[in-house]
Design a protein around this ligand. Structure first.
Ligand code: LIP
Length: 256
């Protein structure tokens, strides 16, 4: 078994186990103390504990690998890096809205190679490996074949973004005939683009842990994806663009 195959199997198992722990916290969310890291930026013990469990498990298995997590930052220097968002969609999670997931990606020399997005409420495991396809609970995924006039594109908005710019993109999409929505979970958005449930996703300044896994899924399902990591690695917030082939031109025109 090659190195990435082992990481695929272990990463999938670890993401599922983490999701089940997160789901238990979700069921008891009224007992959680919710803190804010900044305006509209929530965190609770659930995020910290799930990340801690994932990091401990993955580092015990792959001690030479590095890890980058939303809550605890970077550990290690290895060229294989596990990029972890313990709960993507924390704002939904703490409000009791069942639209969040555990997201775990693997970068090799800053190229996203593996991705796992697990929605434990719906028991949907989205998994992908670069060059080998992407699946939802084992079923191969394919990006949508729709054109812009039947497209729905998810837009991400964080406070790092200028509201005027966000509004302009929304207006331009609607003017081209597309529908838009906002989920509050970039990882679920990208998994849904991969599975043809949505035609696109855009967010202007977003962190690597929100999108690393989902980008692998989208690429492998045949969506058009912009290079997020470039030569710079996962340290910097960047723009995330992913869309079905028939919609990418309209999305690019809207965000130009
Ligand atoms: C959040 C996202 C959301 C995005 C925010 C934020 P968190 O991640 O995935 O969709 O708009 O910028 O980063 O904080 O829930 O992991």
């Amino acid at each position: 078994m090659d190195d990435l195959s082992r990481r695929f199997d272990e990463g999938l198992a670890a993401t599922r186990a983490a999701g089940l722990v997160a789901r238990d916290y979700f069921a008891r969310r009224r007992e959680l103390t919710v803190e804010t890291k900044g305006p509209q930026d929530f965190v609770s013990m659930a995020d910290r504990e799930v990340e801690h469990l994932l990091v401990a498990r993955l580092r015990a298995l792959f001690s030479d690998d590095s890890v980058l997590g939303e809550e605890h930052g970077r550990q290690g220097e290895g060229r294989i890096c596990w990029v972890i968002d313990p709960i993507d969609g924390t704002s939904n999670f703490v409000r009791g809205i069942a639209l969040w997931c555990v997201s775990v990606g693997v970068l090799v020399d800053n190229v996203p190679m593996l991705g796992f997005v697990y929605d434990p409420v719906r028991d949907e495991m989205f998994a992908g490996r670069r060059g080998a396809g992407a699946t939802c609970n084992g079923r191969p995924m394919r990006a949508s074949a729709a054109g812009v006039d039947t497209a729905r594109i998810n837009l991400g908005f964080g406070l790092r973004q200028q509201p005027e710019r966000f509004a302009t993109v929304m207006q331009r999409l609607v003017a081209q005939g597309a529908e838009f929505s906002r989920f509050g979970s970039a990882a679920i958005s990208l998994a849904y683009v991969a599975d043809g449930r949505l035609e696109g996703f855009w967010e202007n300044r977003i962190n690597a842990w929100d999108v690393c896994a989902g980008l692998v899924l989208a690429v492998e399902a045949g969506a058009v994806v912009e290079d997020f990591f470039g030569g710079e690695g996962p340290a910097r917030a960047n723009r995330c663009v992913a869309a079905a082939p028939g919609v990418i031109a309209a999305l690019r025109a809207a965000i130009a």
